[in-house]
Write a protein that binds this ligand. Structure first.
Ligand code: AMP
Ligand code: ZN
Length: 466
């Protein structure tokens, strides 16, 4: 099945290919680095990671930009309260965000773009918007005049026509469905950081950063723009108004939005005590790959109800797949090939990809995997699984893991990392080559003492954690 996505702009499922050549030009809204990211944020970022992998599985290359919002009202408020500079404050949470992404196995976009490194580009864009009469100034701040953009409302499918004159808003977040002129540039307040630019001193509003950095790095029309559902209005609506007023071209062909994550059926909030960062869950002993699995398992256009029971179930599901893989690698099967199983494996693999291509239906994709595992396990128990069936089954698992990426266990605190282990294995191989078998055995024993089992195979040394 050809790849298709639900496009918020057209409100339809549409077949997707990039506009030019084979490269997908994609922009996704990144974190506001004022605190540790919570698992709701990571629902959206995990969706973006799956999207990257599925685009690649369809043979496309990626040029993906994600912003880091490192200046906004909340950041300034917190940094000033802690007597830190903006850079000191945002570095803490940018680093933490990137560490969390690594733990969740989220690929880095081709470019991460911090807003504060693009202030002068934004000032220039605001100047150009002024030249084409889309802005007005008031008390040193500059506002976008939404009445100057006839398409306003086309993404959120709101009819704002009776409601667009005059009222304006300074803050970055404002009431839903309340169309207001929004700040492009904010005049400095006492004690706040600001930049000196061609349009005067101040700092940018939130929305302009994404328009400017997306166009700078990806061109005037993107293939895909994505983020969480809360960004449709006002953020993405405002991005369209700014970008299309600047270029006269459609800003993005496809708009994809992930629905919200809830916790135990409720909106996540600190006051309800159901607010989790990734770090909170890892500290409770949950593995990042179980969290990744749970976040991936619900199709992105459905609300995800995150529960600790669901997390335990995710852990069991991963364990089942790991056991199946181990059984494929280590059990002995009768010679030959079971042709029925060859066809069953091909069908499962096809259904897996078809489900993902169908607007990322991860739930159906996982069902295809588990139904196959059940059938293959039964065939093994009945003696119907043959030696010649193992490699296709392993390939299917590898295909699954190239997208879901949960099979490899995360090293626990104090454990050797994967690269440490690979290094020790290389030392052992070198020792064997030098016929220093005592040293080779010693390395094997040392690794075993740390829970790492080595297995010498024809294709080299394999290892696993006990
Ligand atoms: P922020 O750091 O607040 O700018 O948000 C980063 C991303 O997380 C945005 O794409 C938001 O739409 C998304 N997001 C925020 N809360 C949730 C949630 N509860 N569930 C899913 N996505 C969310
Ligand atoms: Zn954005």
């Amino acid at each position: 099945m050809a790849l298709r996505f639900y496009n918020t702009l057209s409100q339809q499922v549409e077949e997707f290919t990039p506009a030019s050549e084979n490269t997908v030009r994609m922009y996704t809204c990144g974190p506001t680095v004022y605190d540790f990211a919570h698992i709701g944020n990571f629902r959206t970022f995990t969706f973006v990671d799956l999207l990257r992998k599925i685009l690649r599985a369809n043979g496309f290359q990626l040029n993906h930009v994600m912003n880091i919002t490192d200046v906004d009202d909340k950041i300034i408020r917190n940094a000033v309260a802690q007597h830190r500079t903006l850079e000191e404050y945002t570095k803490i949470y940018t680093d933490a965000f990137l560490e969390d992404c690594t733990a969740l196995r989220l690929e880095r976009p081709e470019r991460l773009a911090p807003a504060t490194e693009h202030i002068h580009d934004m000032a220039q864009a605001i100047e150009r918007l002024g030249d084409s009469h889309h802005t007005y100034a008031s008390d040193g701040s500059v506002y976008f005049k939404i009445a100057s953009f006839p398409g306003y409302g086309k993404l959120s499918h709101n009819d704002f026509s009776g409601n667009m004159a005059g009222a304006r808003v300074d803050v970055d977040e404002y009431e839903k469905a309340d169309a207001r002129d929004f700040a492009l540039w904010k005049t400095p307040k006492e004690g706040e950081p600001f930049w000196d630019t061609t349009i005067g001193p101040g700092r940018p509003g939130w929305h302009i950063e994404c328009s400017v950095m997306a166009i700078k790095y990806l061109g005037e029309t993107l293939d895909i723009h994505a983020g969480g559902i809360d960004l449709v209005f006002p953020h993405h609506e405002n991005e369209i108004a700014q970008s299309e007023s600047l270029t006269g071209k459609p800003f993005s062909r496809f708009w994809l939005h992930a629905e919200f994550l809830m916790v135990e059926g409720q909106k996540m909030s600190k006051s309800l005590g159901n607010y989790y960062t990734l770090r909170d869950l890892v500290a409770k002993g949950y593995e990042p790959e179980a969290i990744r699995y749970l976040l991936s398992s619900v199709p992105y256009r459905k609300n995800l109800n995150f529960t600790l029971d669901g997390l335990k179930a995710a852990r069991i599901a991963i364990e089942r797949l790991r056991n199946f893989k181990l059984r494929l690698e280590t059990d002995h099967y009768p010679e030959g090939v079971n042709e029925g199983l060859v066809a069953r494996t091909a069908q499962a693999s096809q259904s897996f990809m078809d489900s993902l291509n169908d607007d990322l239906n991860t739930a159906e994709a996982l069902a295809a995997v588990f139904e196959f595992v059940r059938d293959a396990n039964s065939a093994m128990d009945a003696g119907d699984f043959h030696a010649g069936n193992a490699s296709a089954a392993l390939e299917f698992l590898a295909r699954f893991d190239s997208i879901f990426d949960v099979l490899k266990p995360t090293a626990k605190a104090g454990e050797l990392s994967d690269s440490d282990i690979d290094g020790r294995i290389a030392d052992r191989t070198a020792a064997k080559k030098a016929r220093n078998f005592a040293l080779a055995d010693q390395i094997r024993d040392e690794l075993l003492a740390q829970g790492i089992i080595l297995e010498d195979t024809k294709s080299g040394v394999r290892w696993k954690r006990k």
